[in-house]
Design a protein around this ligand. Structure first.
Ligand code: HEM
Ligand code: HEM
Length: 178
């Protein structure tokens, strides 16, 4: 089989859709949600939105992994720096892993506090504070690690595109793959 120039169109679509959804979940989570007391009447509505987007990200992540493992992808790009070339695939799998951990710890919190009933069925009340659950700690720490990895990922993509001028972004774009 000859080499392809771009990722599969399904993967490209999922990459950009999920980049948007993950950025929104990270931003809204660490600003609006984090600073809102659980006694605030608007909290249940905010959690409804956050949990819906978070669970959808989980479903999309599974379909993305299946697409990634079952389709051809371009050969590894090169930066001219051995350490950076070795780091790139690790960083990519770390992004998948960190997003999976966000979804898993979110579900962990939901189960610990019976959130599906409170948030989607209007039964029961929110706990005073989510921080008593270990899953809340994991969710908060992994959120910061994910933000840092995304920043590094974007800097690396821009380095390729603007400094190496190797048109890396087109590999994550639509168009003919041969
Ligand atoms: C915000 C959340 C983002 C996440 C979670 C994310 C995740 C990923 C992952 C996991 C891959 C590896 C694809 C694979 O091999 O399966 C990838 C590739 C890529 N991403 Fe992102 N990405 C994000 C945002 C961005 C942004 C904003 C840009 C543009 C500046 C970008 C540009 C790229 C490019 C060009 C590739 C292809 C790299 C290559 O060909 O080796 N990503 N991304
Ligand atoms: C990739 C998916 C997700 C991302 C990026 C995300 C992001 C975040 C962030 C950034 C925070 C604030 C953390 C902090 O600043 O310490 C947060 C809080 C929270 N998230 Fe998520 N989340 C995701 C999925 C989920 C899911 C699936 C659920 C539940 C089913 C969930 C439930 C919660 C809850 C209950 C809080 C606590 C809010 C509070 O302390 O007041 N999250 N999330």
């Amino acid at each position: 089989m000859s080499e392809v120039r771009r990722y599969h169109a399904g993967l490209v679509f999922l990459h950009w859709l999920m980049a948007l959804m993950i950025s929104v979940a990270l931003f809204m989570g660490s600003t609006a949600l984090e600073s809102m007391a659980n006694s605030d009447p608007a909290k249940v509505g905010a959690l409804r939105g956050h949990m819906t987007v978070g669970l959808l990200i989980g479903v999309l992540l599974v379909s993305r992994l299946i697409t990634r493992l079952s389709t051809q992808h371009p050969p590894h790009a090169t930066t001219g720096m051995v350490w950076a070339d070795r780091l790139a695939p690790l960083a990519h799998w770390a992004l998948y892993g960190l997003v999976a951990l966000m979804v898993a710890s979110g579900i962990g919190m939901a189960l610990a506090f019976d959130l599906p009933a409170v948030v989607f069925q209007g039964q029961g009340v929110l706990p005073e504070d989510f921080h008593v659950a270990p899953a809340r700690l994991v969710h908060g720490v992994v959120a910061k690690l994910l933000m840092l990895t995304i920043v590094a990922h974007v800097v690396a993509a821009l380095f390729h595109q603007l400094v190496r001028k190797d048109r890396l972004l087109s590999r994550m774009g639509f168009g003919s793959r041969r």
